[in-house]
Design a protein around this ligand. Structure first.
Ligand SMILES: Cc1ncc(COP(=O)(O)O)c(C=O)c1O
Length: 376
């Protein structure tokens, strides 16, 4: 297997295990930032190239999740995506189902939308840091308009079976919205195979990019049945017709585009997706399964308390270790040259293709050493 470490300059002086928050930047991705800067310095204005690069990024995201590029909209964040979808759906008199393991922006957007449309909200509870699949059979009903779930949990890497959940929620007549921010770039995704209606992801985590851009897949037939109300001129059928008194939704998911896309983020997304696709999702996934398994075993060997599933079948690459005061743990690790990300009461160990077993051993040993300071 190729050694990818040399592509990531930061690894010369830091141990980065924070892909659940911000991954390391490859030389290829860093040079895309320079490309954009060069276009500003040399051409001044180059809309053709800027749009070409942004659309290339979209096409690569579409290839990553197996859909047509016209089924992908470009927005600024996952929060933007969920708000846009909820605004577009007729929800009055229905119910919206989500889970206790979703990232907070999902529940928050649903509650904000509930102030505008009169619907019932249900939060599926977690049990021992996972969501038993049978909960979907209980909580999703014939009244459910949309069920919003994370593919992989931000808190502990718990991974859900999208195909099985899709079958359950569709049998009740509900749409399925998947937040794939923690899985895209680490777990293979196929929206057609798993029959997903809407899937969203940003670039900052396992996709090896930066914040400020998110992609939203909306199945063509669904997109064309919706009339979004958070819109912009880049979501129109003919963007450059400049018809101020006409609203004509763009084809498929293009109607969810808003204003001028984030071009610099598009440059980075294009380079980062190129990097991921050139390695291949199967290769990345296989390596991350090995590292995930290794992390779990080595953490257990050291007597560390896991808040992640132990079985790799329902776990992404991120492993959550209970440490009490997790922001103190994050800071103490940073002081020792380890970049890891804290959430609630856990520190998350989230490797990518550029990490090796030695990174994990050293991080676990250091966490164990620091625990007496953070558990008190
Ligand atoms: C699963 C998941 N969804 C959404 C978000 C937030 O995304 P955004 O800041 O793009 O709204 C995060 C950020 O950590 C996340 O992990």
């Amino acid at each position: 297997m190729k050694n990818y470490r040399n592509d990531f300059p930061i690894l010369e002086h830091k141990t980065m295990l924070s892909s659940c928050s911000q991954s390391a930047m490859s030389k290829q991705v860093l040079s895309s930032l320079e490309d954009y800067q060069k276009s500003l310095v040399e051409s001044g204005m180059d809309w053709e190239r800027w749009m070409e690069i942004t659309n290339l990024a979209k096409a690569k995201f579409a290839a990553l999740i197996n859909c047509n590029p016209s089924e992908v909209a470009i927005l600024g964040s996952v929060s933007d995506c969920i708000s846009s979808i909820l605004h577009a759906l007729p929800l009055s008199g229905k119910e919206v189902v989500t889970t206790e393991m979703d990232f907070p922006c999902i529940g928050q957007s649903i509650l904000a939308q509930q102030k505008r449309q009169n619907f019932n909200v249900k939060f599926i509870p977690s049990e021992d840091n996972i969501i038993p699949i049978d909960h979907y059979k209980t909580y999703v009903t014939e009244d459910t308009a949309i069920t919003c779930i994370p593919h992989v949990s931000f808190y502990n890497g718990f991974k859900q079976d999208l195909k099985a959940i899709s079958k359950i929620v569709h049998a009740k007549g509900s749409l399925l919205f998947v937040d794939a921010y923690q899985s895209a770039g680490s777990v293979s995704i196929d929206v057609k195979r798993d029959n997903i209606d809407i899937l969203v992801a940003g670039m900052q985590k396992y996709l090896l990019g930066i914040p400020g851009i998110a992609f939203m897949y909306v199945k063509k037939e669904l997109a064309e049945s919706l009339e979004p109300s958070t819109i912009g001129w880049f979501g129109q059928k003919d963007i450059f017709s400049f018809q101020f008194s006409r609203l004509e939704y763009g084809e498929s998911a293009q109607r969810f585009n808003t204003g001028t896309p984030p071009v610099i983020n598009g440059y980075v997304a294009n380079a980062a997706l190129d990097y991921i696709l050139s390695i291949g999702m199967d290769t990345i996934e296989e390596r991350l399964i090995t590292l995930s398994n290794f992390t779990v075993q080595e953490a257990l060997n050291r007597g560390l308390q896991l808040h992640s599933p132990i079985s790799i079948e329902n776990k992404g690459p991120s492993t959550a270790i209970y440490c009490g005061n997790s922001s103190l743990m994050e800071q103490l690790l940073r002081d020792k040259g380890f970049i890891l990300s804290a959430r609630k009461d856990v520190i998350r160990l989230a490797p990518h293709i550029y990490n090796n077993e030695d990174d994990i051993i050293r991080a676990l040993d250091t966490i164990k050493f620091l625990l007496p300071k953070t558990l008190t």
